[in-house]
Design a protein around this ligand. Structure first.
Ligand code: F6R
Length: 367
């Protein structure tokens, strides 16, 4: 059932044009100019009047939550906090009846997330779930929710579930913003048109980067550390890229906001430090250019993810991976694809068991 692929992980990476399309299907109606989501529509007033939204999740789902924060704050202008479910749960957070909690979980079974939901409900919060597994425990205890329709994810390292989570969070943010008036109709239309084109762009990036990333990966089989950098929406994408590499290749990797480099990690940079930098045209590109120059001045090896036609970053980077341009808010969906492939191929070259990495389980049902 690996559909001709060597591993489930690779199959699932390649399924993303379809899984994103499935997550959008029936919801995104561009011609009518609407987003249809029953869970949001039925609770619209409560959601749009929330004092704050707290997103709780673990691991990859937590990274999706961080991007959700950027999306909801930008388009719906509602304050959002993102917390690890395990921290939220044990620190007596300030939560009341006027609060909304969004719980994100692929499996819908994660014990820490479940415990955090129970606590939020006891404090009177309204809990909205974003789960992939239909009828999972979390989807049953939440007050309302939206499924990601990514289909079963078998590989332990989450790939298509992550991009589906980002897709659902984008839909939610745009729908809230449209109805609460914080997002102009013109901007809404522009963004949903762009959202609709994502499956095609994801297909494009898979086709145009797979072989290249596989080649690049060969150079890093012996690496012991990696730094992943990104700004804005792509800062959480950098965290996720680093997590993917750690999980399946067992290479130590850290994600950082690019601007934080000078506050510490720059001390680590020498010729033995590979640095993956996400540098799309939109999103403080000039600042990223100077980050890359600082890295090169210290002989770090730069693997740059740039938009097609890029010249400035490309001319100084050691390895260049091009991806199609999109609105900044959706760029993590596209940039994540080559990062997933990079971790996959490095792990394969190292002979690791990519579908079942050591010490990890697909659903973490212990607290
Ligand atoms: C990363 C990964 C884990 C999960 C985390 C949460 O690839 O698989 O970090 O994201 O255990 O799991 P869910 O989303 O099922 O709650």
């Amino acid at each position: 059932e690996k559909g001709g692929y060597e591993h489930f992980m690779l199959k699932e990476i390649f399924e993303q044009p379809k899984s994103i399309h499935d997550t959008l299907r029936g919801r995104l109606l561009v011609e009518e100019g609407i987003i249809k989501m029953a869970g949001i529509w039925d609770n619209l007033e409560r959601l749009n009047q929330a004092q704050k939204i707290t997103i709780i999740a673990c691991g990859t789902s937590w990274h999706a939550g961080l991007i959700g924060e950027y999306l909801i704050e930008e388009f719906a202008r509602i304050p959002v906090e993102v917390e690890y479910a395990s921290e939220f749960r044990y620190r007596n957070p300030i939560i009341s009846e006027k609060d909304i909690v969004i719980a994100i979980s692929q499996s819908g079974e994660t014990a820490d997330t479940m415990a955090a939901i129970k606590m939020a409900k006891e404090k009177g919060a309204f809990v909205y779930g974003i789960c992939n597994v239909v009828d999972s425990s979390i989807s049953r205890v939440t007050d309302a929710g939206s499924y990601t329709h990514a289909g079963p994810e078998i590989g332990v390292a989450s790939t298509k579930a992550f991009t589906a989570q980002l897709t659902v969070l984008s839909l939610i943010a745009l729908k809230l913003g449209k109805h609460n008036g914080k997002l102009s109709n013109q901007e809404f239309m522009r963004l949903i048109t762009e959202l609709e084109s994502l499956p095609k762009k994801v297909q494009e990036v898979l086709e145009s980067t797979n072989e290249k990333v596989k080649e690049i990966a060969k150079n890093f089989v012996e690496a012991q550390n990696f730094l992943y950098l990104g700004r804005g929406y792509n800062f959480p994408a950098a965290l996720e890229g680093a997590l993917k590499l750690k999980e399946i290749s067992y290479i130590h990797a850290e994600g950082y906001p690019a601007a934080e480099m000078k506050h510490g990690p720059i001390a680590l940079i020498d010729e033995n430090m590979p640095i993956v930098i996400i540098a799309p045209k939109q999103g403080h590109y000039d600042k990223i250019v100077s980050n890359v120059q600082e890295i090169k001045a210290r002989k770090g090896q730069v693997i740059a993810l740039v938009n097609k036609g890029d010249t400035q970053v490309s001319s100084v980077a050691d390895y260049v991976i091009e991806f199609p341009e999109t609105s900044e808010c959706f760029s993590p969906i596209i940039a994540s694809i080559p990062l997933q492939l990079l971790s996959y191929y490095i792990a394969v070259y190292r002979g690791a068991n990519v579908d079942q990495p050591r010490n990890l389980a697909k659903s973490v049902t212990v607290e």
